[in-house]
Design a protein around this ligand. Structure first.
Ligand code: PEP
Length: 262
């Protein structure tokens, strides 16, 4: 049984004071929920990481970075290393978000190096995978996903792959009016698990978590979570207020119970 995940990336929102307010309110809203069967993360901007890690200490909510560099240290102006993230209290790091690919020229070859470094220091990489609208229209979604996934995990021993969280985030569904349909999500998640099965074997494929992100809301989240190969939700806008994320956490906790009982 894979542990379900509820996560949110704050992008360039929530400075230090807002991070404290968010953490206090989220903690009180989820205090009555049984979240023991799921993993919960928030990804604040770099300058709020240490504050957020402190504010969530002793709660079920872990903190992660939104990016990192693959090198340990050196002349990389403006960059942050994996060990710096660890030092601030991070447990996770997000890699290959579509905005990093689109606006900052991130490549999956760079992502591969970052995955390697993150794993070597004990951070859990959350690797985003997703096709563009054009690639979808050309019928190339699964081919693109296979390429992104296999490049990202290239060089990792198979047994370490389940330590990585894969986030299927179709690039056309991020920041959009609607999420991908449950049928479409089901096909892509099944395709991703098939790629894992083919390259790493059945047991590894069954243990690796693949979460969905892209215009998830408390209203559409339940149908997506009920898909067999969906292991959690990665939410942007709908979780930027603690109230919204608390509803997502509740949905994911409930789905974990349903999946356990099935
Ligand atoms: C995201 O940016 O990863 C994301 C899922 O955003 P939204 O939920 O706002 O589409």
């Amino acid at each position: 049984m894979r542990r379900l995940v509820a996560g949110t990336g704050w992008k360039m929102n929530n400075g230090i004071a807002d991070s404290i307010r968010y953490a206090e309110e989220l903690r009180s809203r989820i205090a009555g929920l049984d979240t023991s069967a799921i993993d919960i993360y928030v990804l604040p901007p770099f300058t709020s990481l240490a504050t957020a890690a402190n504010a969530f200490a002793g709660s079920p909510v872990a903190v992660g970075g939104q990016n990192m560099h693959w090198d340990d240290s050196g002349s990389w102006t403006g960059e942050i290393s994996a060990s710096m993230l660890l030092e601030t209290g991070c447990r996770y790091v997000e890699l290959a978000h579509s905005e990093r690919l689109q606006h900052f020229g991130e490549t999956y070859e760079a992502v591969r190096r970052k995955v390697d470094k993150a794993m070597s220091v004990g951070l859990i990489p959350i690797v985003c995978l997703g096709e563009t609208a054009q690639e979808k229209a050309d019928g190339r979604a699964d081919e693109v996903l296979a390429d992104q996934l296999l490049t990202s995990i290239d060089g990792q021993p198979d047994e370490r792959v389940p330590e990585i969280i894969l986030a299927y985030e179709p690039r056309w569904a991020i920041g959009a009016a609607e999420a991908a349909s449950p049928e479409y999500v089901e096909e892509r998640h099944r395709a991703l698990r098939t790629i894992l099965r083919k390259h790493c074997g059945e047991e590894i494929a069954e243990r690796t978590r693949i979460i969905y992100g892209g215009s998830v809301t408390p209203e559409n989240g339940r149908d997506i979570l009920d898909i067999k190969d969906v292991d959690g939700l990665f939410v942007g806008r709908a979780a930027w207020k603690p109230e919204g994320f608390a509803r997502i956490v509740e949905l994911v906790s409930d789905a974990a119970k349903r999946k356990q009982a099935a």
